[in-house]
Design a protein around this ligand. Structure first.
Ligand code: SAM
Ligand code: SF4
Length: 326
């Protein structure tokens, strides 16, 4: 039975960041020079990450998303995922990736027991993609998506961070991908999260996006998935796939929040924008799984009702997404 937080929400979803390193430098996520690197000694080893996952599952969490930084750049990731997939009691193991290494790795990931992939892709135009990611090659990601389809993932989620004046004009093109492919294309409101970020005008509210899409397509509400993240889905009439919106900034989001996060350095955070976290390393050193579970339970119980981006950016704790795993 999944634990409840103090606001009565069922917390059944753990996001586990396995690295703060990345092979891209997306403008909304990382500074151009990357984030200050943690030493290898600060990043949790696979054994410790697995013990955190085990404690979370013992507490009643049912779904784990492995994220980063870019999880596929960490050596040995496939073997680690295979061990996670075999954790008794875990219902769903999923992964978020930028897709750059997917062409080579998709089949292994599927073989390891990863149930589905979220692939971040913010533009279908090579030059815009290059600009947003500071040097990324769109072709690699598109080939990665094809490889994932061949590997037999039943559906793929494509995450698009929509930014005004940057890629908002591509929303209809992304939605068109769902007409004949089993993709779930999710439009995410840009969150001003980096230190000193004053670019709130870049955020395109989810409602505005839906309005624009509905001028072009007939959208049928599809609701939410079981063990869901925060996306609200629609199906274009006759389409194979779905489109969704994720609205962390316009705040139709916190009331159904079901997750806690673990950073790659082993800090458990109950909210994306909270500065309070519990360092799990001392509990891992103790080697006592029950203490680890108690620490996680405390994090669940301390989950704030809503995050501090709601209404005003003032007072929110800016933290590059690559550190908390998005
Ligand atoms: N490297 C992987 C990737 O890009 O998919 C996983 C880590 S990334 C931090 C996880 C998710 O956070 C991505 O979908 C990314 O688009 C999203 N993200 C990062 N910064 C964001 C921001 N400022 N606003 C909205 N989404 C953001
Ligand atoms: Fe890397 Fe993902 Fe952040 Fe882009 S969003 S810089 S791919 S961690």
């Amino acid at each position: 039975m999944a634990p409840l937080d103090s606001h009565g929400r069922k917390i059944n979803y753990l996001r586990l960041s396995v690295t703060d390193r990345c092979n891209l430098r997306c403008r909304y996520c990382m500074p151009a020079g990357g984030v200050p690197k943690h030493g290898h000694g600060d990043i949790l080893g696979y054994d410790d990450l697995r013990r955190v996952a085990q404690a979370a599952v013992a507490l009643g969490m049912e779904k784990i998303r492995v994220t980063g930084g870019e999880p596929l750049v960490r050596k040995g990731i496939v073997g680690f995922l295979e061990k996670l997939a075999n954790l008794p009691g875990l219902e769903r193991l999923v992964l978020t990736t930028n897709g750059v290494l997917l062409k080579e790795m998709a089949a292994e990931l599927r073989g390891a027991g990863v149930e589905s992939l979220n692939i971040s892709l913010d533009s279908l135009r090579p030059d815009t993609f290059f600009r947003i990611t500071r040097g990324g090659d769109l072709r690699q990601v598109l080939e990665g998506i094809e490889a994932a389809e061949r590997a037999g993932f039943p559906y793929l989620k494509i995450n698009v961070v929509v930014m005004r004046g940057v890629n908002e004009d591509e929303v209809a093109d992304f939605a068109a991908l769902t007409l004949d492919r089993p993709y779930r294309v999710r439009f995410i409101e840009y969150m001003p999260t980096s230190p000193g970020d004053t670019r709130r005008p870049l955020t395109v509210p989810g409602e505005e996006l839906l309005l624009k899409l509905s001028e072009r397509y007939r959208l049928l509400p599809s609701g939410r998935e079981a063990l869901a993240g925060p996306a609200v889905y629609y199906r274009i009439a006759g389409a194979v796939g779905m489109v969704g919106v994720i609205t962390p900034v316009s705040c139709h989001f916190c009331g159904d929040c079901n997750r806690v996060r673990i950073t790659s350095t082993g800090v458990a955070r109950s909210c994306l924008f909270s500065d309070s976290g519990v360092d799990l390393k001392p509990f891992l050193k103790e080697g006592d799984g029950t203490l680890l579970q108690c620490a996680l339970r405390r994090v669940v119980e301390a989950k704030p009702e809503r995050h501090s981006l709601c209404g005003d950016t003032e007072g929110h704790v800016p933290l590059p997404m690559s550190l908390v795993g998005g």
